[in-house]
Design a protein around this ligand. Structure first.
Ligand code: HEM
Length: 432
């Protein structure tokens, strides 16, 4: 009686097929029938789900010794690399995460806005021109990785890969190599896993060469995440090995890439399908950027764009790119008299699009968890939101967009985004 209710299954496979097709539906139906704690059997694994703010509090308040992210996320090691975050001793993992956070402090974010704006402007002029039709998700993928890598690693990344989109393609292969199967069997000889490993090797070679170039450089004005990592020291006084720096850069870009481009794409679809919010966002852009700032996009201006922020947060509430956050239970835990013994996971429950809900502060702890929470909450939250805001502010001033309804979500990869292609027609706005 003290084990969570189990969703009925077929032997061994359990409910894996339903889970792989539409995990949210399976979890939502199970929640409706069984309440906020239940267990799914998936390919011989038992996964207990904690759903909704009350259950989520248990998840986020657990210590790493009780609920370990490191053990749950081992399947990303083929992408992040050996000796990096989840493949290191717990203390080393904490230190590496601290180095990453040091690279994303406010002063860096303030500088990032100018860099993102510059790259975005260049991108549209070179790639989009006056009018055409594009796959919005693919384009936003290219743009977010271009701008993020430029902020994290400086101009040398552009020299290596230019605006060709090659890095976005390589990252796409990394992401395709982390799917629900990889969670259970990360090293099967599957074509997608082989492509993932080849893409990782290419990205690592590029990042290694950037580190070498940086070492030779005499420019002492550089101050980005790469600089922070190259100059960070562990408590014992040692510095990071190049392989670890490369792994952290790959991991950081990976953590921010699809999460941000998916959120940006969905935000654009929602704004243009809900014109009252589009109009409010555009009014802020006119008042704050065009009138008060004479067109300059900076950190303070973006911070004041409240409606855009609430649209983005509402999109994240409805379409969290990371639908399942995972921990491995290291010591059995109790919730509502039930003992949780295996991997724990959680997700959100959906309802209608209403950015105004964020106009009033919701004080319920862990009611918004698109960026996680507690000790392992997302250190890239502010960066991700600034990037989305900057790109939309530039795009929306330049172009009119014509697009269809909000696309459904594709759950076949671990980062859940709109089912592509997301074809959109664009034409340059006439200057008034
Ligand atoms: C819209 C964009 C983003 C979303 C929705 C998002 C979401 C999340 C979530 C839900 C977690 C918690 C995972 C867990 O508890 O298991 C997380 C962690 C993390 N995110 Fe993000 N993220 C975004 C952007 C970024 C960016 C831009 C970066 C880096 C520049 C980043 C770096 C990280 C890192 C390093 C962690 C691990 C933190 C830790 O374990 O202590 N994220 N993110």
């Amino acid at each position: 009686s003290n084990i969570p209710p189990i969703v009925e299954t077929i032997p061994f496979i359990g409910c894996f097929i339903q889970f792989a097709k539409n995990p949210l539906k399976l979890v939502r139906d199970s929640y409706d029938r069984l309440g906020d704690i239940f267990t799914l059997h998936l390919m011989g694994f038992k996964m207990t789900f904690l759903v909704g703010p009350e259950a989520q509090a248990v998840f986020f308040r657990g210590t790493d010794e009780e609920l370990s992210p490191k053990e749950a996320y081992r399947f990303v090691i083929p992408v992040f690399g050996k000796g990096v975050v989840y493949d290191s001793e717990t203390e080393i993992m904490y230190e590496q995460l601290r180095f990453v956070k040091n690279g994303l402090v406010l002063s860096q974010l303030k500088k990032a806005v100018g860099i993102i704006a510059e790259e975005t402007e260049k991108y549209f002029e070179m790639k989009w021109g006056d009018s055409g039709e594009i796959d919005l998700l693919y384009e936003m993928n290219k743009l977010t990785i271009l701008t993020a890598s430029r902020c994290l690693m400086g101009k040398s990344i552009n020299k290596s890969l230019g605006q060709s989109g090659e890095l976005a393609d390589l990252y796409h292969e990394l992401e395709e190599g982390l799917n629900p199967i990889s969670f259970f069997f990360p090293n099967l000889p599957l074509p997608s896993f082989k492509k993932r490993d080849a893409a990782r090797a290419k990205v690592a070679a590029i990042f290694h060469s950037i580190i070498q170039e940086r070492r030779k450089s005499t420019d002492d004005s550089v101050d980005d995440v790469l600089y922070t990592l190259m100059n960070s020291k562990y408590k014992d006084g040692t510095i990071l090995e190049d392989e670890q720096i490369v792994g952290l850069m790959i991991g950081l870009l990976f953590a921010g890439q699809h999460t941000s481009s998916i959120t940006l794409t969905y935000s654009i679809f929602y704004m243009l399908n809900n014109l009252e919010y589009y109009d409010e966002v555009m009014k802020d852009i006119k008042d704050i950027v065009q009138d008060e700032n004479q067109g300059e996009i900076n950190f303070d201006a973006l911070k004041r764009m409240n409606r855009l922020e609430t649209v983005i947060r509402e999109v994240l509430r409805l379409h969290p790119p990371l639908i399942f956050l995972m921990r491995k239970v290291m010591e059995p835990m109790e919730y509502k008299g039930k003992t949780i013994q295996k991997v724990t996971s959680l997700l959100f429950l959906h309802n209608s699009f209403n950015p105004r809900r964020f106009d009033v502060e919701d004080k319920t702890p862990f009611s918004f968890i698109a960026f996680g929470g507690g000790k392992h909450g997302c250190p890239g939250e502010n960066f991700g939101i600034l990037q989305i805001k900057t790109i939309w502010t530039i795009l929306s001033q330049k172009y009119n967009l014509e697009l269809g309804p909000v696309p459904p979500t594709d759950f076949t990869s671990l980062v859940a985004g709109p089912k592509g292609p997301c074809m959109v027609k664009y034409s340059r706005k006439q200057k008034k």
